[in-house]
Design a protein around this ligand. Sequence first.
Ligand code: DHK
Length: 143
Amino acid sequence: MADILILNGPNLNMLGMREPEIYGSDTLADIKERCTKKGQSLAMTIEFKQSNHEGELVDWIQNALGKIKGIIINAAGYTHTSVAIHDALKLHDVPIIEVHLSDPSEREEFRHFSYIEPLAKAVIKGKGANGYSEALETIKPLI
Ligand code: DHK
């Protein structure tokens, strides 16, 4: 497996056409390519995945146990709802970085709480696709 597992939650497969004024015009494929290049420049391998399904994300987090050095996660809508993803992440003792394209704290109230944040070494939000590169830079000295 790769050094860093980058996980993306529901509806992020629609980036590019999904509310570009909020999420930007990059597609998820664009972001994956940028992460791969950034990982190479930092000498880290990455695995980049997206699912619309909570249980699939939980399975991927569990399957990575003992095989990876760090996790970067944009759990999207599940950020604000998923005890299951929180519990799966808690199984790991590797650094976790939470990423959001937008800044949920400046949006609707239901986006203000994050189940990921208490487990994260850093939360990077409101920086669009650049936030993923920043997350890779942030995790590098922690692994
Ligand atoms: C992405 C989503 O899909 C939302 O549900 C979150 C997050 C914010 C983002 O900004 O990347 O509230």
